[in-house]
Structures are given as structure tokens and as C-alpha cells.
Design a binder for this molecule. Structure first.
Ligand code: SF4
Length: 166
């Protein structure tokens, strides 16, 4: 959905981070190995920022939701951290960072998704969070309580995805 926000603002989406002026890293904050992978990716992109086209480095996702204050202190190379509860204002925050005028409200929308998983498959989110609170699991603390998407919205998106897949 995040890519869709940038597409609506007429940004060109590139595959190679060396070509990007804005690099956005989506992070996982669930298990240790995923956290390490996210941090390593941020550090790798921060290094790239020194040499390539990149002007802005943005990190978002579950790791940011869980550890935003610590990350701000530990990773000054990152220009903007976006936690999940800030996604409704994602474009507003990015526009402020990159100093572009906000012409219209540009919010995350499932129907504007750009699918990055190839042409044969696509993920379809049906719900967010979990209310079970198993003692060993951080998901409810990161993603909040279980909230289902509306059935009609899921069906509408499923139909759009099906018609766009080969
Ligand atoms: S059911 Fe338990 S293990 Fe699964 S996401 Fe919810 S809290 Fe975590």
C-alpha cells in the first residue's frame, strides 16, 4: 500500500536501491533474526546513502512500532521513522521531510496497492492484530487487538487482484 501512495504522487518506483532518491525499508520486529535482518538492512542502506543517489532514508513497520525511541537514538542516519500507528498520515510526514507541497489527501488504500510479489500471486490481508495474547508472542503488542477488514472490502480487493494476475 505504501508504494501505492508514492505512485499516486507520480514517483518512479525503482528496483535497485542504488537508483533511488528515497529508500524506504519495511521492517519486522517479531523475532530476533528478523530484527537483526532489519537493522542490518538499515545499516546497509545507510552506507549506500553515502555513495549513491539516495537523499532520504525512511524506516517503517513493526520494528519501528516496537522500538521507535531507541531506533531514533541509535540510527541518526535514518531521516524518518514511521510507526504503524502513523500510517494514516504517511504521505503528510514524508512530504514534510522531502519538502514537497501537499496538494491532496493521499492515504493508504488497499485498492491502490502495487503488487511487488510477481505476477502469479498476491497477498490479501483479511484482518489486523490478535487478541489472544499468548505469553510468548509479541504480535498483540505490536499490531494491537484483532480487527477484521470489512467483508465487502476484502471481496472487492480479491476481485481486483484476481483480474490483474496472470
Ligand atoms: S494467537 Fe498467540 S501466537 Fe498467534 S499471533 Fe496471537 S498471540 Fe501470537
Amino acid at each position: 500500500m505504501c508504494i501505492g501512495v508514492f505512485k499516486k504522487e507520480n514517483f518512479e518506483i525503482v528496483n535497485n536501491p542504488k537508483d533511488a532518491e528515497i529508500i524506504i525499508i519495511n521492517t519486522c520486529g517479531f523475532i530476533e533474526s528478523a530484527k537483526e535482518e532489519a537493522i542490518n538492512c538499515i545499516l546497509e542502506m545507510a552506507e549506500l546513502k553515502q555513495t549513491a543517489n539516495c537523499k532520504y532514508l525512511i524506516a517503517m513497520g513493526c520494528l519501528v512500532q516496537r522500538y521507535k525511541d531507541d531506533l531514533i537514538k541509535a540510527l541518526p542516519e535514518v531521516d524518518l521513522f514511521l510507526s504503524i500507528d502513523e500510517y494514516d498520515n504517511l504521505w503528510e510526514k514524508v512530504a514534510k521531510l522531502i519538502k514537497v507541497e501537499i496538494k491532496s489527501k493521499n492515504t493508504l488504500d488497499y485498492m491502490d496497492r502495487i503488487i511487488s510479489t510477481g505476477n502469479a500471486t498476491a497477498y490479501l490481508k483479511i484482518a489486523e492484530g490478535c487478541s489472544n495474547r499468548c505469553t510468548y508472542c509479541a504480535i498483540p503488542y505490536i499490531r494491537g487487538p484483532f480487527v477484521s477488514r470489512k467483508m465487502e472490502d476484502i471481496l472487492e480487493e480479491a476481485k481486483k487482484l484476481a483480474s490483474s494476475r496472470n
